[in-house]
Design a protein around this ligand. Structure first.
Ligand code: SF4
Length: 342
């Protein structure tokens, strides 16, 4: 079982101490005896402990920077929401295919932003622009926000903030099961709580440092019982020997565990595994022993965002995935909605 995250090393930006959350976090970490270093800005962080890239990467993934979010312009977040809302960046998990490895480059440490009120104010402006249309905010574009929230409770505040808002909706996804502090949040049905799930083989070999499938399912049951709208992102869908059976078992377990009220308003998002050439290089550097299949010749090349081509499954394989997983979902969750396959 993966324990709730505790940083090994903490950096603090001086301005963060002017915010109640910054102060509280630093007091907490001092009380826990964790080493705390000052930094004028996260960009100045150098010399993380470790003799080589491999060690430094692992140290960074257990380092937390307590700082401010300076850019309050939100990115768009298609297809699941209108905007990405930035509460944190980075993750302590070690999923071999994690997109953060390329997006965060040489700065894989975790950052939490303590100017939460300013982030809410920015969100308010985005909602006003679109009102009376609802505006959906995705809180997990740059981190696994649930994975650090037992320390910060920022997500809990956000859930309650959007719970009170007229036009706002919040969504996020997690591979962590540490949700107990979120169960009594006044969400008013405005937050869709999604879990990222995969079959046992994939979680075992490619998702070290995250909660196991049974833990995620137990957490999903608690979330459903707390009345949150629930969803699952099956991602990345990865073809390996026995994948049909692996995914079948996963859906069977979900079906057996979830309370019936949750099955009525349930969403599934399906995302196939893909990689880019730069991502392949980084994955092989950070996880040199990975069993992950990254053979371009077995894939179909597809134009990606920013002009970087990505390698996806062939058309036939994609059809097979859609048919197989689609039929499991229709069988086990006839009332659920498949939001997209990509
Ligand atoms: S849990 Fe999500 S964000 Fe964290 S390493 Fe895994 S894929 Fe990346």
């Amino acid at each position: 079982m993966v324990k709730p995250f505790v940083p090994q090393l903490v950096y603090v930006e001086p301005k963060a101490l002017e915010y109640p959350l910054g102060k509280k976090l630093i007091e907490k970490f001092e009380g826990m005896g964790i080493e705390i270093r000052q930094t004028t800005s996260h960009n100045q962080i150098r010399n993380l402990p470790g003799d080589n890239h491999f060690q430094k990467y692992r140290t960074a993934k257990s380092t937390l920077v307590v700082g401010l979010r300076k850019t309050l312009k939100f990115d768009t977040s298609k297809p699941s929401a209108e905007y990405a809302i930035p509460f944190a960046t980075g993750c302590m998990g070690h999923c071999h295919y994690c997109y953060l490895q390329t997006t965060m480059g040489s700065k894989p440490y975790i950052r939490t932003y303590v100017n939460v009120e300013e982030i809410f104010e920015a969100a308010e402006e985005y909602m006003k622009e679109r009102a009376p249309e609802p505006t959906r905010f995705e809180a997990s574009c740059t981190s696994d926000i649930v994975g650090i929230d037992h320390l910060t409770h920022t997500l809990k505040r956000a859930i309650e903030y959007f719970g009170k808002s007229e036009y706002g909706q919040l969504r996020f996804v997690t591979k962590f099961a540490h949700v107990d502090h979120l169960l009594d949040a006044k969400h008013n049905g405005k937050t869709r709580f999604r879990f990222s799930v995969n079959d046992e083989y994939i979680i075992k070999y490619f998702e070290p440092g995250t909660s196991r499938l049974n833990e995620r399912i137990e957490a999903a049951v608690k979330i459903a019982e707390a009345g949150y709208p629930l969803g699952f992102i099956v991602a990345p869908i990865y073809l390996h020997e026995g994948w049909q059976e692996g995914y079948k078992e996963m859906f069977e377990k979900l079906e057996a565990a979830l309370p019936s009220n949750a099955k009525k308003d349930l969403t599934f998002e399906l995302i196939q595994h893909r990689f880019t050439k730069p991502a392949k290089r980084v994955i092989q550097e950070n996880y040199p022993m990975t069993k992950l299949e990254l053979d371009e010749s077995k894939r179909k090349w597809k134009w990606g965002r920013y002009g970087i081509g990505k390698y996806v499954y062939t058309n036939e394989e994609q059809e097979d995935i859609k048919d197989t997983l689609g039929s499991y979902i229709h069988t086990y969750f006839p009332e659920a909605k498949i939001e997209y396959f990509t």
